[in-house]
Design a protein around this ligand. Sequence first.
Ligand SMILES: [Cu+2]
Length: 160
Amino acid sequence: MKEMSVKEMLMRMSIIAALVLAASPTAVPLASAQTPAVAPERTASPPGAAAYLISPKDGAKVESPVLVQFGLKGMGIAPAGVKFENTGHHHLLVDTEAPADLSAPLPVTDKIVHFGKGQTEAKVPLSPGKHTLQLLLGDQNHVPHNPPVISKKITITVTK
Ligand SMILES: [Cu+2]
């Protein structure tokens, strides 16, 4: 029975080790503890993260090419392909809605412009007339975060 008790002791020790690991703050990432239903391909965004257009302002009358400045709070910018917590890169939605399925990578179209180098502003050529602009942050794989970090949609008028 001596052998048994050694085994028993080892088992208890491993249970204690597991409990110590589980109790240490680094063993359980906060994000996964808060959002257990997140699909593995979605990257969590921190509470309070927000994207916004610094310029132009909603309702502005501007000339093309339009200098669009991207604002972001509560997160940082990283180029596409770079995995770093609480970062992403901007996408400018021009005259379009965000895709209904935000679990897939954002496509590259003439209405969904990727700024995968980590740009925070761009000169965007636009035809005269009304246009809508909206920012949507994507992770290293161009997938919007969960919850998505998306700006208010603004409407501008291009005069010429
Ligand atoms: Cu992208």
